[in-house]
Design a protein around this ligand. Structure first.
Ligand SMILES: [Zn+2]
Length: 608
């Protein structure tokens, strides 16, 4: 078996022994120990190899013999099959090439960008803050821009601004599916206005560069406009679905989704029930060039989240007779201690970051033989797993942030007057919890770290409702103050359940993979159905989407919208900062993806 044979591969170190001399020495070793110690032979050959210097070419030839594809199996491209759907899909593809459709697509997205539908942190519910009213403008715009959808779909408004559309399919035995996007955008910082090449709410299309400009162009209005325009076009062609199509558009994704997706999630569960949907596609990963190969990485997991408040209190007084440390001083020491004790970054088997690396190793054209070999071997060898951490994870800050639980002290508060000792000071530590950890484990790590500091300063400690160091611990002198750790904002979140990507229950993943391959090939007029020109790998992002409120609806959540980051580009430009834009061609490819997805979803029977 292939994996087993990898056990016996020595580790490459440098290039001074040829493959021929390796085999010769193995042969000599066999003669010496041969006949009477046949059981020892294999072990000897292995040990011998381990002590030899092996060339890069050796590793290449060994790894070449490995059936790399088994580490990252691929499906073929999936195209609509029935004559009606195939014809509709072909016509849709031809339409995408026309100037008329391109103009329409630009207009629809541009109009949406021109509405400054900003969402801010800690906003009160809709109705209690006029800043929400831009969402009403989005609704009005959608009703005018997509009239066929509004005469065909049912529409419910959830918590005033959440949009929940349904196009009821003709076959009630087929599970509905959900396409999600969000109406809101990250606010534009007024101080940055003069650094925008085109104003953020202009929706300007630059025909020379082919870019559509503005806040939300990429995150997430191209998805929203793309979904709507695809469906509007299909209705216009007279196409009707067998499988029910559901759309859910939140309105505060950029500020945690507590008013939008949270209430939409509840409404969806009431309507469709637990596990009532076949799959969900929301914003997320796209595709790009890695190691000379194009990889699409739909998000199939999400990290957890916790904002931990660290508060120090101690008696106040006049600052002319201060103690050695004020609450602010204690807090500074705590923050310093936390930063000196980060969470370990340990790559774990079975996690998405490890699976992504397996796909890079199995299909990346230019990956170094050493890294490739180590990644394959890491499927069963702990030393190899640690080596992959050294060779790859620790060298890539984004990747190490993805793998480990992160911490960032993002807020601090303390003191009211220059001559008064601050009775309290606090900081908020933001954590993104790794997928094999938990909120409790994160809280325990911080408690452990802070408790040492508490003892060294004679401070009591209460953590998450529990007395960790009571006042009685300092019976002789009494405590000098108190530390309390708690969950801030009550929005902590466990890591998301993982979407199945292999074995039983992975049919929706295979369906999505085939759809991505078909879209990619069709958009470039590539022939064939083997789909090898784009590899689909399990992926993950460092943040969360609205789908964190949709876990009960299906196990099959994909954070993906076919964004093009290939050929040296980023998957999205200017997201959450200045000069957000999207190339027209990328946006058109997203529309092609949605058309392929919708037509394919109507034919696949294996979701139920
Ligand atoms: Zn977004």
């Amino acid at each position: 078996m292939v994996v087993k044979s990898l056990n016996h591969l020595p580790i490459p170190t440098s290039a001074n022994i040829s493959p021929r001399s390796v085999s010769t020495r193995r042969y000599v070793a066999g003669v010496v120990f041969g006949i009477f110690f046949s059981l020892q032979l294999g072990r000897y050959a292995f040990d011998l190899g381990k002590n030899l210097d092996i060339t890069v070419e050796d590793v290449t030839s060994w790894t070449h013999n490995v059936d790399a594809a088994q580490f990252c199996p691929q499906v073929t491209a999936l195209y609509p099959q029935s004559s009606l759907n195939a014809e509709t899909w072909t016509e849709f593809g031809e339409l995408l090439e026309t100037e008329k459709f391109k103009t329409l697509a630009i207009e629809r997205l541009s109009g949406l960008i021109q509405i400054p539908s900003e969402s801010y942190d800690n906003m009160p519910p809709p109705g209690q803050d006029p800043r929400w009213e831009t969402m009403g403008q989005v609704h009005d715009y959608l009703a005018v821009a997509f009239p066929l959808i509004h005469s065909t779909f049912s529409l419910a408004k959830v918590n005033t601004y959440g949009l929940l559309y349904e196009w009821t399919g003709s076959d009630a035995s087929l599970k509905p599916y959900l396409l999600a996007a969000h109406q809101d955008v990250v606010p534009v910082n007024p101080d940055t206005l003069d650094t925008w090449i085109h104003p953020p709410y202009s929706g300007f299309y630059d025909a020379e560069t082919g870019l559509i400009w503005g806040r939300g162009a990429s995150d997430d209005k191209a998805s929203l406009a793309g979904i709507m325009l695809t469906l509007e076009t299909l209705i216009g062609k007279g196409w009707t679905p067998k499988r029910t199509v559901v759309l859910a558009f939140g309105f505060d994704e950029e500020s945690s989704g507590i008013h939008g997706a949270k209430t939409l999630g509840k409404a969806l569960e009431e309507i469709y029930g637990r596990d009532g949907l076949a799959f969900i596609v929301d914003e997320g990963g796209g595709f790009k060039d890695v190691y000379g190969t194009i990889f699409a990485t739909p998000g199939v997991a999400e990290k957890g989240h916790a904002d931990i408040k660290v508060e120090v209190t101690s008696p106040g007084g006049h600052s002319s007779i201060p103690p050695a440390h004020t609450t602010i001083g204690y807090l500074a020491s705590i923050i310093s201690e936390l930063e000196q004790n980060p969470f370990p970054v340990e790559l774990a088997r079975g996690t998405v970051p490890h699976d992504t690396l397996l796909c890079y190793a199995a299909h990346g054209h230019d990956i170094s033989p050493r890294l490739k070999h180590s990644i394959f071997k890491s499927t069963h060898c702990d030393a190899a797993l640690r080596r992959v951490e050294d060779l790859y994870v620790s060298k890539d800050h984004w990747y190490s942030s993805l793998v480990g639980t992160t911490q960032a002290v993002d807020m601090i508060y303390g003191g009211v007057k220059a001559n008064a000792l601050p009775e309290s000071a606090y900081a908020i530590v933001n954590h993104r919890i790794n997928t094999v950890s938990s909120v409790n484990e994160t809280a325990a790590h911080d408690t452990q770290t802070v408790s040492g500091i508490a003892r060294s300063f004679n401070l009591t400690l209460k953590a998450f409702g529990q007395d960790i160091i009571p006042a009685s611990a300092y019976s002789s002198s009494g405590p000098k103050g108190h530390i309390e750790l708690s969950q801030a904002f009550n929005h902590e979140l466990e890591p998301a359940p993982r979407t199945p990507t292999s074995g039983t229950g992975s049919e929706p993943w295979d369906f999505l993979s085939g759809t991505i391959k078909a879209t990619y090939a069709a958009h470039r007029n590539l022939r064939g159905i083997d789909g090898s020109n784009i590899i689909v790998s399990p992926g993950m992002s460092t943040g969360n989407t609205d789908t964190k409120y949709y876990w009960n609806l299906t196990r099959h959540i994909f954070r993906y919208n076919h964004k093009n980051g290939a050929y040296g580009g980023e998957i999205a430009t200017g997201v959450h900062t200045v000069n957000e834009n999207i190339p027209l061609d990328h946006y058109l490819e997203m529309i092609r993806f949605f058309s392929t997805l919708i037509l394919n979803a109507d034919e696949v029977k294996s979701f139920e």
